[in-house]
Write a protein that binds this ligand. Structure first.
Ligand code: BMA
Length: 425
Protein backbone atom coordinates (compact mmCIF):
# COMPACT_ATOMS: atom_id res chain seq x y z
CA UNK A 1 0.00 0.00 0.00
CA UNK A 2 2.78 2.37 0.93
CA UNK A 3 4.56 1.65 -2.36
CA UNK A 4 1.36 2.45 -4.15
CA UNK A 5 1.23 5.74 -2.33
CA UNK A 6 4.76 6.66 -3.41
CA UNK A 7 3.92 5.62 -6.94
CA UNK A 8 0.83 7.81 -6.90
CA UNK A 9 2.78 10.77 -5.62
CA UNK A 10 5.45 10.29 -8.25
CA UNK A 11 2.82 10.11 -10.94
CA UNK A 12 1.26 13.25 -9.61
CA UNK A 13 4.66 14.90 -9.53
CA UNK A 14 5.45 13.96 -13.13
CA UNK A 15 2.02 15.01 -14.29
CA UNK A 16 2.40 18.33 -12.56
CA UNK A 17 5.87 18.80 -14.04
CA UNK A 18 4.50 18.21 -17.49
CA UNK A 19 1.60 20.58 -17.01
CA UNK A 20 3.00 23.25 -14.78
CA UNK A 21 6.10 24.78 -13.37
CA UNK A 22 6.72 22.92 -10.15
CA UNK A 23 9.44 23.45 -7.61
CA UNK A 24 10.27 20.74 -5.09
CA UNK A 25 6.71 19.79 -4.66
CA UNK A 26 6.66 16.64 -2.59
CA UNK A 27 9.50 15.03 -0.68
CA UNK A 28 9.27 11.61 0.89
CA UNK A 29 10.91 12.17 4.20
CA UNK A 30 11.41 8.87 6.00
CA UNK A 31 7.90 7.59 6.20
CA UNK A 32 6.13 10.92 6.05
CA UNK A 33 5.20 13.09 3.10
CA UNK A 34 6.56 16.58 3.21
CA UNK A 35 5.28 19.34 1.01
CA UNK A 36 8.33 21.46 0.47
CA UNK A 37 7.57 23.95 -2.22
CA UNK A 38 5.23 25.29 -4.78
CA UNK A 39 2.69 23.33 -6.71
CA UNK A 40 0.43 24.67 -9.38
CA UNK A 41 -2.52 22.41 -9.60
CA UNK A 42 -5.92 22.21 -11.13
CA UNK A 43 -9.05 20.96 -9.45
CA UNK A 44 -8.38 17.43 -10.65
CA UNK A 45 -4.90 17.28 -9.15
CA UNK A 46 -6.38 18.56 -5.95
CA UNK A 47 -8.76 15.60 -5.95
CA UNK A 48 -5.90 13.19 -6.61
CA UNK A 49 -3.97 14.64 -3.76
CA UNK A 50 -6.93 14.14 -1.49
CA UNK A 51 -7.23 10.51 -2.58
CA UNK A 52 -3.54 10.01 -1.84
CA UNK A 53 -3.92 11.69 1.51
CA UNK A 54 -6.84 9.43 2.40
CA UNK A 55 -4.81 6.29 1.53
CA UNK A 56 -1.91 7.63 3.55
CA UNK A 57 -4.15 8.17 6.56
CA UNK A 58 -5.64 4.70 6.25
CA UNK A 59 -2.15 3.27 6.10
CA UNK A 60 -1.20 5.32 9.14
CA UNK A 61 -4.18 4.01 11.10
CA UNK A 62 -3.41 0.43 10.19
CA UNK A 63 0.23 0.87 11.17
CA UNK A 64 -0.83 2.50 14.44
CA UNK A 65 -3.06 -0.43 15.32
CA UNK A 66 -0.05 -2.71 14.74
CA UNK A 67 1.99 -0.55 17.09
CA UNK A 68 3.98 1.26 14.41
CA UNK A 69 3.60 5.00 14.78
CA UNK A 70 6.37 6.06 12.47
CA UNK A 71 4.00 7.14 9.70
CA UNK A 72 3.27 10.81 10.07
CA UNK A 73 0.66 13.26 8.79
CA UNK A 74 1.89 15.30 5.83
CA UNK A 75 3.49 18.47 7.12
CA UNK A 76 1.06 20.61 5.17
CA UNK A 77 -2.38 19.61 4.05
CA UNK A 78 -3.56 19.81 0.47
CA UNK A 79 -4.43 23.48 0.87
CA UNK A 80 -0.95 24.29 -0.26
CA UNK A 81 0.21 27.77 0.41
CA UNK A 82 1.34 28.47 -3.11
CA UNK A 83 -1.77 27.17 -4.82
CA UNK A 84 -4.61 28.04 -2.55
CA UNK A 85 -4.50 31.73 -1.96
CA UNK A 86 -6.84 34.66 -1.54
CA UNK A 87 -7.76 36.70 -4.61
CA UNK A 88 -5.64 39.56 -3.28
CA UNK A 89 -2.16 38.68 -4.56
CA UNK A 90 -0.70 41.00 -1.95
CA UNK A 91 -2.67 39.50 0.93
CA UNK A 92 -0.54 39.54 4.08
CA UNK A 93 1.10 36.31 5.20
CA UNK A 94 -1.39 36.07 8.08
CA UNK A 95 -4.31 36.54 5.69
CA UNK A 96 -3.03 33.80 3.41
CA UNK A 97 -2.52 31.56 6.41
CA UNK A 98 -6.03 32.28 7.63
CA UNK A 99 -7.49 31.41 4.23
CA UNK A 100 -5.63 28.07 4.18
CA UNK A 101 -6.68 27.41 7.76
CA UNK A 102 -10.31 28.05 6.84
CA UNK A 103 -10.00 25.53 4.01
CA UNK A 104 -8.36 22.99 6.27
CA UNK A 105 -10.96 23.42 9.02
CA UNK A 106 -13.81 23.09 6.54
CA UNK A 107 -12.63 19.51 5.98
CA UNK A 108 -12.90 18.88 9.69
CA UNK A 109 -16.27 20.41 10.44
CA UNK A 110 -18.54 23.43 10.46
CA UNK A 111 -17.59 26.31 12.71
CA UNK A 112 -20.35 27.87 14.75
CA UNK A 113 -20.68 31.63 14.58
CA UNK A 114 -22.82 34.31 16.20
CA UNK A 115 -23.31 37.98 15.33
CA UNK A 116 -22.12 40.53 17.94
CA UNK A 117 -21.56 37.66 20.36
CA UNK A 118 -19.05 39.47 22.60
CA UNK A 119 -20.67 42.90 22.61
CA UNK A 120 -24.08 42.15 24.11
CA UNK A 121 -26.78 39.52 24.46
CA UNK A 122 -30.39 39.08 25.45
CA UNK A 123 -30.94 41.57 28.28
CA UNK A 124 -27.30 42.62 28.79
CA UNK A 125 -24.87 45.01 27.16
CA UNK A 126 -21.07 45.44 27.24
CA UNK A 127 -20.05 43.05 30.03
CA UNK A 128 -16.41 42.05 29.71
CA UNK A 129 -15.88 38.42 28.72
CA UNK A 130 -19.57 37.66 28.48
CA UNK A 131 -21.34 35.88 25.63
CA UNK A 132 -24.83 34.32 25.53
CA UNK A 133 -23.36 31.27 23.79
CA UNK A 134 -20.73 30.87 26.49
CA UNK A 135 -23.35 31.36 29.24
CA UNK A 136 -25.29 28.43 27.79
CA UNK A 137 -22.54 26.00 26.79
CA UNK A 138 -19.31 27.13 28.42
CA UNK A 139 -17.37 27.95 25.27
CA UNK A 140 -17.01 30.84 22.85
CA UNK A 141 -17.99 30.61 19.21
CA UNK A 142 -15.42 29.76 16.52
CA UNK A 143 -16.66 32.66 14.39
CA UNK A 144 -17.91 36.06 15.48
CA UNK A 145 -19.85 38.41 13.19
CA UNK A 146 -19.60 42.22 13.25
CA UNK A 147 -21.44 45.01 11.51
CA UNK A 148 -19.96 48.27 10.22
CA UNK A 149 -23.15 50.20 9.39
CA UNK A 150 -22.55 53.94 10.12
CA UNK A 151 -18.77 53.77 9.87
CA UNK A 152 -19.30 55.57 6.56
CA UNK A 153 -20.78 58.62 8.27
CA UNK A 154 -17.99 58.82 10.85
CA UNK A 155 -20.29 57.78 13.71
CA UNK A 156 -18.84 56.67 17.04
CA UNK A 157 -21.33 53.82 17.34
CA UNK A 158 -22.55 51.36 14.71
CA UNK A 159 -26.22 51.15 13.80
CA UNK A 160 -26.78 48.66 16.65
CA UNK A 161 -25.07 50.89 19.25
CA UNK A 162 -21.67 49.18 19.42
CA UNK A 163 -18.82 51.62 19.89
CA UNK A 164 -16.43 51.11 16.95
CA UNK A 165 -13.40 51.24 19.24
CA UNK A 166 -14.94 48.53 21.42
CA UNK A 167 -15.58 46.51 18.28
CA UNK A 168 -11.88 46.58 17.39
CA UNK A 169 -11.12 45.19 20.85
CA UNK A 170 -13.74 42.43 20.53
CA UNK A 171 -12.26 41.48 17.17
CA UNK A 172 -8.82 41.27 18.74
CA UNK A 173 -10.14 39.22 21.67
CA UNK A 174 -11.76 36.73 19.31
CA UNK A 175 -8.56 36.56 17.25
CA UNK A 176 -6.45 35.91 20.35
CA UNK A 177 -8.68 32.97 21.20
CA UNK A 178 -8.16 31.54 17.71
CA UNK A 179 -11.67 32.40 16.50
CA UNK A 180 -12.41 34.07 13.16
CA UNK A 181 -14.15 37.38 12.56
CA UNK A 182 -16.58 38.14 9.75
CA UNK A 183 -17.80 41.65 8.95
CA UNK A 184 -20.90 42.91 7.15
CA UNK A 185 -21.79 46.49 6.25
CA UNK A 186 -25.30 47.95 6.20
CA UNK A 187 -24.14 51.16 4.55
CA UNK A 188 -26.61 54.08 4.52
CA UNK A 189 -28.36 55.26 1.36
CA UNK A 190 -26.10 58.04 0.11
CA UNK A 191 -28.85 59.85 -1.79
CA UNK A 192 -31.32 60.22 1.05
CA UNK A 193 -29.08 59.80 4.09
CA UNK A 194 -31.51 57.17 5.34
CA UNK A 195 -30.66 53.59 6.21
CA UNK A 196 -29.49 50.77 3.93
CA UNK A 197 -33.14 49.65 3.77
CA UNK A 198 -34.25 52.83 2.00
CA UNK A 199 -35.06 51.48 -1.48
CA UNK A 200 -37.19 54.32 -2.79
CA UNK A 201 -34.83 55.06 -5.67
CA UNK A 202 -33.20 52.63 -8.04
CA UNK A 203 -30.35 54.99 -8.85
CA UNK A 204 -28.20 54.80 -5.72
CA UNK A 205 -25.66 52.36 -7.15
CA UNK A 206 -25.51 54.22 -10.43
CA UNK A 207 -24.88 57.48 -8.62
CA UNK A 208 -21.93 55.95 -6.74
CA UNK A 209 -20.15 54.45 -9.75
CA UNK A 210 -17.48 56.45 -11.61
CA UNK A 211 -19.14 59.35 -13.39
CA UNK A 212 -22.10 59.33 -10.98
CA UNK A 213 -23.14 62.34 -8.87
CA UNK A 214 -22.14 60.67 -5.60
CA UNK A 215 -18.95 58.97 -6.73
CA UNK A 216 -16.58 61.35 -4.96
CA UNK A 217 -18.69 61.51 -1.83
CA UNK A 218 -18.87 57.70 -1.72
CA UNK A 219 -15.08 57.55 -1.86
CA UNK A 220 -15.00 59.55 1.38
CA UNK A 221 -17.32 56.89 2.82
CA UNK A 222 -14.95 54.19 1.59
CA UNK A 223 -12.05 56.09 3.17
CA UNK A 224 -13.77 55.79 6.56
CA UNK A 225 -14.47 52.12 5.99
CA UNK A 226 -10.84 51.63 4.98
CA UNK A 227 -9.60 53.47 8.08
CA UNK A 228 -11.48 51.03 10.32
CA UNK A 229 -10.32 47.96 8.41
CA UNK A 230 -6.68 49.08 8.40
CA UNK A 231 -6.82 49.75 12.09
CA UNK A 232 -7.47 46.08 12.88
CA UNK A 233 -4.16 44.88 14.26
CA UNK A 234 -3.00 41.74 16.05
CA UNK A 235 -0.80 41.76 19.17
CA UNK A 236 2.32 42.09 17.02
CA UNK A 237 0.87 45.14 15.28
CA UNK A 238 0.30 43.22 12.03
CA UNK A 239 -2.92 43.63 10.04
CA UNK A 240 -5.50 41.30 11.57
CA UNK A 241 -7.23 39.24 8.85
CA UNK A 242 -11.03 39.22 8.70
CA UNK A 243 -13.71 37.97 6.32
CA UNK A 244 -15.47 40.90 4.68
CA UNK A 245 -19.01 40.22 3.47
CA UNK A 246 -19.98 43.34 1.61
CA UNK A 247 -23.21 44.21 -0.20
CA UNK A 248 -24.88 41.07 1.11
CA UNK A 249 -28.36 39.67 0.38
CA UNK A 250 -28.31 41.52 -2.93
CA UNK A 251 -30.62 39.01 -4.63
CA UNK A 252 -33.39 40.26 -2.33
CA UNK A 253 -35.16 43.62 -2.61
CA UNK A 254 -34.60 45.31 0.74
CA UNK A 255 -31.26 47.16 0.44
CA UNK A 256 -30.29 49.91 -2.02
CA UNK A 257 -27.80 47.50 -3.67
CA UNK A 258 -30.42 44.73 -4.19
CA UNK A 259 -31.60 43.22 -7.46
CA UNK A 260 -34.66 45.45 -7.86
CA UNK A 261 -32.51 48.53 -7.23
CA UNK A 262 -29.69 48.03 -9.75
CA UNK A 263 -28.77 46.00 -12.82
CA UNK A 264 -26.38 43.01 -12.60
CA UNK A 265 -23.72 45.09 -14.37
CA UNK A 266 -24.10 47.92 -11.85
CA UNK A 267 -23.90 45.54 -8.89
CA UNK A 268 -20.78 43.88 -10.27
CA UNK A 269 -19.23 47.29 -10.95
CA UNK A 270 -20.03 48.38 -7.37
CA UNK A 271 -18.40 45.26 -5.92
CA UNK A 272 -15.28 45.54 -8.07
CA UNK A 273 -14.94 49.27 -7.52
CA UNK A 274 -15.14 48.86 -3.74
CA UNK A 275 -12.74 45.95 -3.69
CA UNK A 276 -10.22 47.68 -5.95
CA UNK A 277 -10.45 50.88 -3.93
CA UNK A 278 -9.78 49.03 -0.67
CA UNK A 279 -7.08 46.76 -2.09
CA UNK A 280 -5.27 48.91 -4.64
CA UNK A 281 -5.81 52.49 -3.49
CA UNK A 282 -6.00 52.03 0.27
CA UNK A 283 -3.58 49.06 0.22
CA UNK A 284 -5.68 46.94 2.56
CA UNK A 285 -4.48 43.36 2.37
CA UNK A 286 -6.10 41.66 5.35
CA UNK A 287 -9.48 40.89 3.79
CA UNK A 288 -11.05 37.65 2.65
CA UNK A 289 -14.01 38.62 0.45
CA UNK A 290 -17.27 36.74 1.03
CA UNK A 291 -20.05 36.75 -1.57
CA UNK A 292 -23.36 36.33 0.21
CA UNK A 293 -26.65 36.74 -1.65
CA UNK A 294 -29.88 35.76 0.02
CA UNK A 295 -31.24 32.34 -0.96
CA UNK A 296 -31.73 31.89 -4.71
CA UNK A 297 -33.69 29.56 -7.02
CA UNK A 298 -30.79 28.16 -9.00
CA UNK A 299 -27.13 28.53 -9.86
CA UNK A 300 -27.98 30.89 -12.72
CA UNK A 301 -29.50 33.33 -10.25
CA UNK A 302 -26.62 32.76 -7.82
CA UNK A 303 -24.11 33.77 -10.49
CA UNK A 304 -26.12 36.46 -12.24
CA UNK A 305 -24.55 39.20 -10.11
CA UNK A 306 -21.39 37.32 -9.19
CA UNK A 307 -18.39 39.65 -9.56
CA UNK A 308 -16.14 36.82 -10.82
CA UNK A 309 -13.73 34.23 -9.44
CA UNK A 310 -10.99 36.86 -9.29
CA UNK A 311 -13.07 39.04 -6.98
CA UNK A 312 -14.44 36.54 -4.46
CA UNK A 313 -12.78 34.24 -1.92
CA UNK A 314 -15.75 32.60 -0.21
CA UNK A 315 -19.22 31.68 -1.38
CA UNK A 316 -22.12 31.96 1.02
CA UNK A 317 -25.81 32.71 1.18
CA UNK A 318 -28.26 33.93 3.83
CA UNK A 319 -31.48 32.05 4.54
CA UNK A 320 -33.82 32.28 7.52
CA UNK A 321 -36.36 29.90 8.97
CA UNK A 322 -39.83 30.90 10.20
CA UNK A 323 -42.23 28.75 12.19
CA UNK A 324 -44.84 28.83 9.43
CA UNK A 325 -42.48 27.97 6.57
CA UNK A 326 -40.26 25.18 7.83
CA UNK A 327 -40.63 23.00 4.77
CA UNK A 328 -39.81 25.98 2.54
CA UNK A 329 -36.71 26.59 4.68
CA UNK A 330 -35.60 22.96 4.47
CA UNK A 331 -36.02 22.80 0.72
CA UNK A 332 -34.40 26.20 0.23
CA UNK A 333 -31.40 25.46 2.45
CA UNK A 334 -30.74 22.17 0.72
CA UNK A 335 -30.98 23.73 -2.72
CA UNK A 336 -28.69 26.63 -1.85
CA UNK A 337 -26.18 24.47 0.03
CA UNK A 338 -25.98 22.28 -3.07
CA UNK A 339 -25.38 25.32 -5.25
CA UNK A 340 -22.63 26.89 -3.17
CA UNK A 341 -20.75 23.72 -2.27
CA UNK A 342 -20.74 22.49 -5.86
CA UNK A 343 -19.56 25.81 -7.20
CA UNK A 344 -16.96 26.25 -4.45
CA UNK A 345 -15.60 22.81 -5.28
CA UNK A 346 -15.48 23.59 -8.98
CA UNK A 347 -13.52 26.81 -8.57
CA UNK A 348 -11.52 25.72 -5.50
CA UNK A 349 -12.94 28.25 -3.05
CA UNK A 350 -14.61 27.94 0.37
CA UNK A 351 -18.35 27.69 1.00
CA UNK A 352 -20.14 29.05 4.07
CA UNK A 353 -23.64 29.58 5.42
CA UNK A 354 -23.23 33.29 5.97
CA UNK A 355 -26.48 33.87 7.93
CA UNK A 356 -29.25 31.66 9.18
CA UNK A 357 -31.51 31.12 12.17
CA UNK A 358 -35.02 31.08 13.55
CA UNK A 359 -35.92 34.35 15.26
CA UNK A 360 -36.89 33.82 18.91
CA UNK A 361 -36.15 30.04 18.53
CA UNK A 362 -39.85 29.35 18.68
CA UNK A 363 -39.18 25.66 17.97
CA UNK A 364 -37.03 24.41 20.87
CA UNK A 365 -35.74 21.47 18.79
CA UNK A 366 -34.65 23.73 15.91
CA UNK A 367 -30.92 23.23 16.41
CA UNK A 368 -30.82 19.44 16.56
CA UNK A 369 -33.84 18.47 14.50
CA UNK A 370 -33.92 21.07 11.74
CA UNK A 371 -30.60 22.84 11.42
CA UNK A 372 -28.08 20.04 11.99
CA UNK A 373 -29.65 17.51 9.58
CA UNK A 374 -29.69 20.23 6.92
CA UNK A 375 -26.00 21.09 7.15
CA UNK A 376 -24.24 17.98 8.43
CA UNK A 377 -23.37 16.50 5.05
CA UNK A 378 -22.03 19.65 3.45
CA UNK A 379 -18.50 20.95 3.42
CA UNK A 380 -19.05 24.47 4.65
CA UNK A 381 -16.60 26.52 6.63
CA UNK A 382 -18.99 28.09 9.08
CA UNK A 383 -22.56 29.05 9.82
CA UNK A 384 -23.48 32.37 11.40
CA UNK A 385 -26.55 32.88 13.57
CA UNK A 386 -27.81 36.45 13.80
CA UNK A 387 -27.69 38.69 16.85
CA UNK A 388 -29.33 38.48 20.26
CA UNK A 389 -30.49 42.09 20.61
CA UNK A 390 -30.17 43.20 24.23
CA UNK A 391 -33.27 45.42 24.16
CA UNK A 392 -35.65 43.53 21.86
CA UNK A 393 -37.46 40.72 23.65
CA UNK A 394 -37.94 38.40 20.68
CA UNK A 395 -35.03 39.38 18.45
CA UNK A 396 -32.53 36.62 19.26
CA UNK A 397 -31.20 33.60 17.38
CA UNK A 398 -29.14 31.63 19.90
CA UNK A 399 -30.39 30.67 23.36
CA UNK A 400 -29.40 32.72 26.38
CA UNK A 401 -29.07 31.34 29.91
CA UNK A 402 -32.40 29.91 31.02
CA UNK A 403 -34.00 29.84 27.57
CA UNK A 404 -36.07 26.73 26.87
CA UNK A 405 -33.91 25.66 23.92
CA UNK A 406 -30.65 25.69 25.93
CA UNK A 407 -30.49 21.90 26.32
CA UNK A 408 -31.18 21.43 22.67
CA UNK A 409 -28.42 23.90 21.79
CA UNK A 410 -25.94 22.13 24.07
CA UNK A 411 -26.71 18.87 22.29
CA UNK A 412 -26.29 20.59 18.93
CA UNK A 413 -22.80 21.84 19.65
CA UNK A 414 -21.80 18.33 20.78
CA UNK A 415 -22.51 16.96 17.31
CA UNK A 416 -19.27 15.76 15.75
CA UNK A 417 -19.25 18.21 12.85
CA UNK A 418 -19.91 21.37 14.87
CA UNK A 419 -16.77 23.26 15.83
CA UNK A 420 -16.63 25.74 18.69
CA UNK A 421 -13.65 27.83 19.71
CA UNK A 422 -11.95 25.05 21.69
CA UNK A 423 -12.34 22.61 18.77
CA UNK A 424 -10.26 24.68 16.37
CA UNK A 425 -7.23 25.35 18.55
C1 BMA B 1 -31.15 43.23 11.18
C2 BMA B 1 -31.73 43.43 12.56
C3 BMA B 1 -31.61 44.89 12.88
C4 BMA B 1 -30.14 45.33 12.78
C5 BMA B 1 -29.55 44.93 11.44
C6 BMA B 1 -28.08 45.24 11.30
O1 BMA B 1 -31.35 41.99 10.69
O2 BMA B 1 -31.03 42.66 13.50
O3 BMA B 1 -32.10 45.12 14.17
O4 BMA B 1 -30.03 46.72 12.95
O5 BMA B 1 -29.76 43.57 11.21
O6 BMA B 1 -27.31 44.57 12.25
Amino acid sequence: MYKLLIFAINTLFLYSCAENSVENFVKINGKSIEITGKLHYFGRINQWYEAILTSHRQEMNRANILGDNTLKEPSLNYALEADFHPIDKHATTETKAMYSRLKELAKRGIMFGHQDDLAYGHDWFREAGRSDVKDVCGDYTAVVGWELGHIEIAATYNLDSINFDDMKQYILQAHRRGSFNTISWHCDNIITGNTAWDCRQNTVVKSILPGGDNHNKYKTWLDRLAAFLSDLKDDEGRPLPVMFRMYHEHTGDWFWWCSKQCTPEEYIALWRMTLEYLRDVKQIHNLIYVYSPSDVNDVKEYLERYPGDDFVDMLGFDCYAAADKMSWYEERMKNNLDIITRYANEVNKIACLSETGLEGIVDTAYFTDTLYPLIENYEISYLLLWRNAWQMKTHFYVPFAGHSSSDNFRRFIQFPRILMCKNIK
